[in-house]
Design a protein around this ligand. Structure first.
Ligand SMILES: [Zn+2]
Length: 283
């Protein structure tokens, strides 16, 4: 059985606590993240913004919290309760998926440069924030040296040994409007931030989805691998990791192999659990 068939066989709505439309969208996003070899699960992250699962990890989180034992994978992002689903998440998702892919890529890239057309596009969508001209020296100083040289050349400001000196020469030589125009033509503007529609949503909630996506992808693929081992019909080997052995001890003790086990009866036990099953090798 392939992963896709396995995912199709699951009651995704019940597992993720979502309606059928969301279940289909999330399942397809898991498939495409897997097929794209994307460990960061970006497709799933985007789908979680449009079709959020809500606080499905909360049940586990409370349990770990009560026992004061945490799986390693939860330590940084998942010790606190997931923020509530914000209003406007679906509209942001709809806008996001309509954008050309370069917007997301450039928004992630801190020192992105823009072409004239890209700049125009972002401005028309309200997705470009620029520094004011007073901040031009600092902005230019942060750019790659070849860009500063190009701007200097266009303004006839000459050459200099250091980046700082060159920026100084540019600011002395040209008016603010000229510096701005040259920056627009070489870099694409005094780029402060390239935004995506997700920037309108609460940052903590968006970040939570960003980290939840790869964890969910890992969960379903590990479940699939365990399921494949179970299909051999022979008692498998239980494997765990130092990352979750303490948190999972009650599960380890309770695990009982039989020929047919339901989704919740075999590891991994929860997103972030590193337990799994391996085929037993007879020596
Ligand atoms: Zn585990």
């Amino acid at each position: 059985m392939e992963l896709e068939d396995y995912l199709d066989s699951l009651d995704m709505g019940a597992i993720l606590g979502v309606d059928q439309v969301s279940a289909v969208a999330l399942r397809e996003a898991i498939k495409s993240s897997w097929n794209g070899g994307d460990r960061m699960a970006n497709d799933l992250f985007v789908a979680l913004i449009g079709y959020p699962t809500g606080k499905i990890l909360e049940r586990h989180r409370r349990w770990f919290d009560r026992r004061r034992v945490w799986p390693e994978t939860w330590m940084v992002w998942f010790k606190d309760e997931e923020p509530s689903i914000p209003s406007g998440h679906y509209e942001a998702f709809k806008q996001y998926v309509k954008l050309p892919p370069w917007v997301r890529l450039k928004a992630e890239e801190r020192s992105a440069s823009l072409t004239v057309d890209e700049r125009k596009f972002l401005l028309s969508k309200g997705l470009l924030e620029e520094w004011s001209i007073e901040d031009a020296p600092e902005f230019l100083g942060s750019r790659p040296i070849r860009e500063i040289r190009e701007i200097s050349k266009r303004l006839g400001a000459g050459k200099a040994r250091s980046r700082r000196e060159l920026v100084h020469k540019i600011m002395m030589k040209a008016t603010a409007a000229e510096v701005y125009a040259a920056t627009v033509s070489v870099v694409g503007g005094l780029i402060r931030r390239i935004k995506t529609p997700f920037d309108e949503l609460p940052e903590d909630w968006v970040l939570y989805q960003k980290y939840k996506a790869p964890m969910l992808l890992e969960f379903f693929t590990s479940k699939y691998f365990s399921h494949r081992v179970l299909k051999h019909g022979r008692r498998p080997e239980y494997t765990t990791s130092v990352d979750c052995i303490d948190a999972c001890m009650p599960f380890v003790e309770r695990f009982a192999w039989r020929e047919s086990l339901g989704f919740h009866d075999y590891p991994p036990w929860y997103p972030g659990c590193c337990c799994g099953l391996l085929p037993r090798i007879d020596i």
